[in-house]
Ligand binder design. Structure first.
Ligand code: NAG
Length: 436
């Protein structure tokens, strides 16, 4: 019993010191969080590294004299993405975060007591323009929530064949399209493509997608990566993961249904993938580790076995606001803890062939669904293939799939004692299809 308690205690102590910057209890961007992003301002349009705290963005370039010269040269000066920092590895990540913790602490005078520096280095969050945090060389998406895979499998193949025989042995995934990964706030156009006009049809028609969906996911950014021909080992996997964002893997279900056999999704997924702008580090998430439950069963092959495997307790939400609605209404409330395969297992499996992973590569979790209907992570599951109506709160509106003009708003946070480690927003509006 006591041993159990010890095992689930957080592995990291969080600092008891506070910041001199006041942060509301329900702000996503606490002093315990300090996520990194790339921003610019009207007066200085050069994209550069920023750190979110409360309603402020700290311009790292403006306080670079407080970092070590090596870190400035390698990861800060002239950087318009986080790729260099991602590639610098765990020791640099720790030094970078510790320096920020110190600069923003109420016990440190260097920024706090320098009014001029504060005025230039701390920018109101509503005055910045955010940019993609990394130059994403490659994007891969997994399918690692058992509830989601079982639900989708049941709809398409029946209860008895819901999970394919490989699913419990490897993290199933597909190579996605990095060019169409866009930042939160970017509108996404309804795609057109080949669609079967009825359930019994055997030849397709061409037209706008009728079954447009969101998928509630999280993505992680790869750190230094591995050399071509050399795989990442499980014991090194945690040091290869830089941080996480929210992700909407927009999906055209009717295009998907016709095209996916036998090589998986193609055009149904390549017209847009939206990510949130602030990258939350694994250090910030460490206090929210949970033992992986249920454990992978059957035990995977040895290369995928992680001693003391863990997940994270991150609450995740999706809301929809139609063009005639006055406020967003939540349709999915899920949690990252429902993942069956961990990000470390996904990364190890991806590179086991010697496939080289590079700094800034983005790996998606797959739709994250819980067991209860309100925890389902996409409309396909919520409307059960179009057989049920999804109520948008008390607005009087219903959906099965997304309509033109819908805003899809994803949020998520880990709840600490009196503070949050949150992700901000991942949003996108559906634009009408282009005339083709
Ligand atoms: C919003 O209202 C307008 C005007 O009544 C209507 O034409 C449009 O279809 C409505 N949009 C949705 C998504 O229901």
């Amino acid at each position: 019993m006591y041993l159990c308690l010890l095992l689930i205690l957080p592995l990291y102590q969080y600092s008891s010191t506070m910041s001199f910057i006041e942060v509301a209890e329900d702000s996503d961007f606490s002093y315990q969080n300090l996520p990194y992003g790339i921003f610019s301002t009207l007066s200085n349009p050069t994209p550069r590294i920023g750190v979110a705290i409360g309603d402020w963005v700290l311009d790292v370039t403006a306080v670079k004299h407080l970092f070590s010269p090596e870190l400035v040269e390698k990861c800060i000066d002239g950087q318009t993405t986080l790729n260099a920092l991602m590639g610098a590895g765990r020791p640099a990540w720790t030094e970078f975060r510790n320096t920020l913790k110190k600069i923003l602490s109420k016990d440190d005078p260097s920024l706090q007591n320098n009014a001029g520096l504060r005025a230039s280095a701390l920018i109101a969050a509503n005055e910045v323009t955010m940019h993609l945090p990394a130059q994403i060389g490659d994007y891969t998406d997994f399918y690692s929530s058992r509830n989601h895979a079982t639900n989708v499998g049941t709809m398409f193949r029946g209860k008895d064949n819901a999970l394919q025989p490989n699913w419990l042995h490897l993290p199933v995934g597909y190579h996605g399209r990095a060019s169409s990964v866009v930042l939160s706030g970017t509108p996404v156009r309804r795609p057109s493509g080949q669609i079967l006009p009825s359930p019994t049809a055997t030849t397709p028609v061409f037209g706008p997608c009728r079954l447009l969906d969101y998928e509630l996911e999280m993505g992680f950014f790869v750190g230094p990566g591995n050399k071509f021909g050399e795989s990442i080992k499980m014991e090194d996997a945690a040091d290869q993961i830089f941080g996480m964002v929210l992700m909407n893997d927009w999906s055209a279900r009717d295009i998907q249904k016709w095209e996916y056999v036998p090589l998986g999704p193609f055009n149904a997924k390549n017209f847009g993938t939206t990510i949130s702008p602030w990258v939350v580090t694994m250090d910030a998430l460490a206090p929210f580790r949970l033992p992986l439950e249920p454990k992978t069963d059957p035990e995977p092959l040895p290369y995928l076995v992680e001693k003391d495997s863990y997940q994270f307790d991150i609450k995740l939400f999706t809301a929809i606001q139609g063009e005639n609605m006055t406020k967003p209404e939540v349709v999915t409330s899920s949690n990252f803890k429902y993942m069956y395969w961990s990000p470390r297992q996904q990364l190890v499996h991806h590179s086991v062939t010697g496939c080289n992973m590079r700094p800034g590569d983005l790996l998606g979790s797959g739709t994250i669904s819980g067991t209860e209907p309100h925890e389902f992570g996409c409309l396909l599951e919520l409307c059960w293939k179009g057989t049920k109506e999804v109520k948008l709160g008390e607005s009087g509106e219903i959906r099965k799939f997304l309509k033109d003009g819908d805003d899809v708003i994803m949020t998520g946070y880990a709840q600490g004692m009196g503070y949050r480690v949150g992700f901000g927003k991942c949003t996108g509006k559906v634009l009408p299809a282009q005339q083709v």
